[in-house]
Design a protein around this ligand. Sequence first.
Ligand code: PMV
Length: 328
Amino acid sequence: MRATAKAHPNIALVKYWGKRDERLILPHQSSLSVTLGPLAVTTMVEFTTERGADEVRINGRTAAGAERERVVALLDVVRREAKKRLGRARMVSAGDFPAAAGLASSAAAFAALAVAARTAAGFARDTRAESILARRGSGSACRSVQGGFVRWNRGRRADGKDSFGEQVFGERHWPELRLLVGMVSREEKEVKSRDGMRATVETSPYYPAWAKDAEAEARRIVPFIKRRDLEAVGTIAEQNAWRMHATAFAAMPPLCYLKPQTLSVIEACRELRRRGTGAWFTLDAGPNPVLLTTAGDEATVARVLEQHGAAEVVSCRPGGDAELVPAP
Ligand code: PMV
């Protein structure tokens, strides 16, 4: 009744932005991401037969409030589905993210939690069921159960059984691809993704156009990834990031996640291309851009990020599947 799992975060090249079901976390559109190594979260879950409250420890401290509630809600789903009677759980989770990575750890955290909790409850490994469970913790987490390039198909069903992440290409498909996270701001973002996307769905007049376009882009990008065509993949990723942010700018009140330094990096990225270095940006719901490039240009791109205000640059590459590991 105990298992430990490790999972990597991911960065979306075609973003998920907006839910059609808030409780089950079902999106309006499909999205596509790269699972990122070497960053990882390791999570241990142990179910007991006792009654009582779950113990939730994250990065060395006892979790409280909404953070704890999200973990307990996911453990409750497992307790309901398990064949045997499961009591209170102990959950211990830790990430090896540099504090300055600027990437949300929640995707890796909920993917690792889903794999560990299902295994501890006696279920055999099943990436689809694990992805559906991870999605209940954080939407983007359903794309971190598998490695490489993963598409989250939006699905049509009301119960969410057809809304999960599916690997399109494995982690070894494009080994020279690099994703450099440029930490230009350490400020906690003012509006969390969850609230930002809800406000966008409810108030942005551009939302239906966003959802339609992103759905098409999550398919159109696949043959370019297959060919490892960085220019085509980068162009789609940049355009999709602009469109997500444009939809958010048009919300009421407007949502702007960009900082002046973010625009300075975006401008530098264009300048790099003018000089023949292949680099394209993407941007989640925060100010820190992630630059797509290849191993050969990594040092040049990292230097430019630093020159434009990145206090730290974290270099990632396609990472592997979430996996069971020995207890820490
Ligand atoms: O899964 P959440 O609630 O962390 O939302 C993720 C939203 C974006 O990072 C902006 C886009 C994405 O697809 O990861």
